[in-house]
Ligand binder design. Structure first.
Ligand code: E4P
Length: 218
């Protein structure tokens, strides 16, 4: 399972890159707004920091303008994946850009039926939002299982399942259990994945015992 970082904050991304765990980045208009940066400038900077896909989202809602925006975003760097919403015009845009060789991430997916449409439109990634479904009292991860089943039934579909709206480490574990291809994780969730109280206690105990030996490896 590949890990993308869900952020437009270059300082947060920079801290995570040293872990060697980052396979790509996703952004959205809310994250760009939170960064306080110009979308073209910050996207270019992020794309230069990572080798993997960097999703940059269009903000138009009609096909013609989405195509123009998508082409402008794709021209920023070779590793840009243009992100489009799961609408009729969004999937038309997906098909046109995909046919032209551009990576496309279809976002705001909340059903397996929508995921099937995105795959038929040639999406590189489909982004189902698990956290927002959980917020409504539903089980977002059931959607990931359902999409996995649908895609696996048709091996010619090449769209990767990119689990989005991840809120905690359990979401990551469950996404991996059901065979999601990618998860996009807020930086905090990646740091949380390293943590376990028994790891911390075990290390403290080992170091205390080691200190009593008076030895040094170096
Ligand atoms: C990423 O592609 C999505 O836009 C993001 O994961 C949405 O997360 P949220 O539901 O926490 O805003």
């Amino acid at each position: 399972m590949r890990f993308f970082v869900d952020t437009a904050d270059v300082s947060e991304l920079d801290k995570l890159l040293v872990t060697g765990m980052v396979d790509g980045v996703t952004t959205n208009p809310s994250l760009i707004a939170k960064s306080g940066r110009n979308i073209l400038e910050v996207t270019k900077e992020i794309a230069s920091m990572v080798d993997g896909p960097v999703s940059a989202e269009v903000t138009a809602t009609d096909y013609d303008t989405m195509i123009q925006e998508g082409k402008k975003l794709a021209a920023i760097a070779e590793n840009i994946a243009v992100k489009v919403p799961l609408t009729v015009d969004g999937l038309r845009t997906c098909k046109t850009l995909s046919d032209a060789g551009t990576m496309v991430n279809v976002t705001l997916c909340f059903s397996a039926a929508q995921a099937l449409l995105a795959a038929k439109a040639g999406a590189t990634f489909i982004s189902p939002f698990v956290g927002r479904l959980d917020d409504m009292g539903m089980d977002g991860m059931e959607l990931i299982e359902s999409i996995r089943d649908v895609y696996d039934a048709y091996p010619t579909l090449k769209t990767e399942i990119l689990v989005a709206s991840i809120r905690n480490t359990r979401h990551v574990e469950r996404a991996a259990e059901v065979g999601a291809d990618v998860g996009t994780l807020p930086p905090r969730v990646i740091w949380d994945m390293y943590q376990h109280p028994l790891t911390a206690k075990g290390l403290d105990d080992f170091l205390a015992d080691w200190g009593k030996t008076g030895q040094s490896i170096l």
